[in-house]
Design a protein around this ligand. Structure first.
Ligand SMILES: *Cc1c(COP(=O)(O)O)cnc(C)c1O
Length: 398
């Protein structure tokens, strides 16, 4: 293994006494991020003012950082760009993909998809009118539902609740055989598992940077288009920074060559500064090592919880190959149990109706963390510590 995980852990600022098993939802703070953001605020914004777009290279950050993320998902250089939020990138990719199959009208997705992806697809269908359809089937039924009327298959590779992983290569091949395009949401894949968008012949892919990639709350999303397709893509959100020559200020829109056409407006520079600090860590990491360690950590957690906490039922696939980098358990009192656990310094999260979710992020999570989390969970269940009003009152964010 070439990745030194003790070294990467030292590069994150984690609060004393906290075991953080929620980096799948919001990555922790890279130690260098505070100084990088300070320099961006004071030296670049404060000192250079508007000249920083050129002098500090702000204008190219969405592509420069896009390439660094691209390495982690197996993208060709120059095929990934940052901007906007994931929901918007889902919409943009989906609308663009649909236009490439004008004779077809159906978007196929699954009921395990993240609601925002389905809401965005539904909204797009309503905008396009009655002849379009969003069809959702159970995750296990997706493969058989790929019929010749499907224009676009839109899937999230790793299920946000259970961690169940789709077989990207197989589904892409099936979709392409049926003449459909595929939009992948890699929200729970980028930085979590090995992804090979180029090698699997993916068409479009999108994902966020504030989960496993640690850009901080509200960090921009990324979008990938296969270079073979990009020149044919009409960007659905045709903003000025996706124009071939934004500073010509032409009245007519001409898309930029390649992935730059998926840019929309002014990118979030401060947030990208934080992401740069995180990518300095990711540049030292091999995804094969991350995956191997993630499986070790996840397996140890499953074994530990199943031995110590028999009332928790595994909601994730048992086979590591069929799972992303998270492990979920079901319990009718899952919310209260998670609150009690967080009160003891072990942070995971809860997803309705009954899922306790734990993310495994080898960059800063150790086997000792896993063992201590199992001990804490066992203690809470044995003593029914969760059975208190304060743990049962739902907060706005769960
Ligand atoms: C986290 C997540 C989102 C969130 O989208 P934002 O626009 O960044 O809030 C969307 N889709 C999936 C699959 C996610 O996991």
């Amino acid at each position: 293994m070439s990745t030194d995980f003790a070294a990467t852990r030292a590069l994150f600022s984690l609060p004393e006494g906290v075991i953080y098993l929620d980096g799948n939802s919001l990555g922790p703070l890279p130690r260098a991020a505070a100084e990088r953001v300070r320099a961006c605020v004071e030296d670049e914004w404060g000192g250079m003012l508007i000249t920083a777009w050129n002098q500090a290279g702000w204008i190219d950050l969405p592509r420069r950082l896009g390439d660094r993320i691209g390495r982690l998902i197996g993208a060709e250089p120059g095929a990934v760009v940052l901007g906007d939020t994931l929901s918007i990138k889902v919409y943009q990719a989906l609308a663009s993909a649909l236009e490439l199959r004008p004779e077809r009208r159906v978007i196929l997705s699954d009921t395990g998809n993240f609601p925002s992806d389905l809401y965005m697809a539904d909204g797009l269908v309503r905008t396009l009118g009655d002849s379009y359809e969003l069809r959702t089937v159970a995750p296990e039924a997706v493969e058989d539902a790929i019929t010749p009327d499907i224009a676009v298959l839109m899937l999230t590779e790793v299920d946000y609740r259970t961690g169940r992983k789709h077989d990207m290569r197989r589904l892409i091949a099936k979709a392409h055989d049926a003449g459909a395009l595929v939009v992948w949401d890699l929200a729970h894949s980028a930085g979590a598992i090995e992804v090979d968008v180029a090698g699997t012949d993916a068409d479009f892919a999108v994902g966020c940077t504030y989960k496993y990639l640690n850009s901080g709350p509200g960090g921009p999303a990324f979008i990938y288009i296969a270079p073979r397709l990009a020149p044919q893509v009409r960007p659905a959100l045709s903003g000025w920074l996706g124009h071939e020559a934004p500073f010509a200020f032409d009245l007519d829109y001409r898309p930029s060559a390649g992935i730059d056409r998926m840019r929309v407006g002014t990118p979030p520079v401060l947030q990208m500064a934080a992401l740069e600090a995180s990518m300095d860590i990711w540049d030292r990491v091999e995804m094969a090592d991350v995956r191997a360690r993630s499986i070790e950590l996840s397996q140890a957690f499953i074994d530990g919880v199943e031995a110590a906490c028999p009332t928790l039922k595994l909601a994730s696939p048992r086979d590591a190959e069929a799972r992303g980098s998270q492990v979920s358990f079901r319990h009718p009192e899952g919310y209260a149990i998670m609150q009690a656990l967080i009160a003891r310094g072990v942070i995971g999260d809860f997803r309705a109706p009954d899922i306790l979710r734990f993310g495994f992020t080898p960059l800063y999570t150790t086997m000792e963390d896993v063992r201590a989390a199992v001990v804490a969970l066992n203690g809470i269940l044995e003593r029914a510590d969760w059975d208190r009003e304060e743990y049962k009152t739902r907060a706005k964010v769960t």
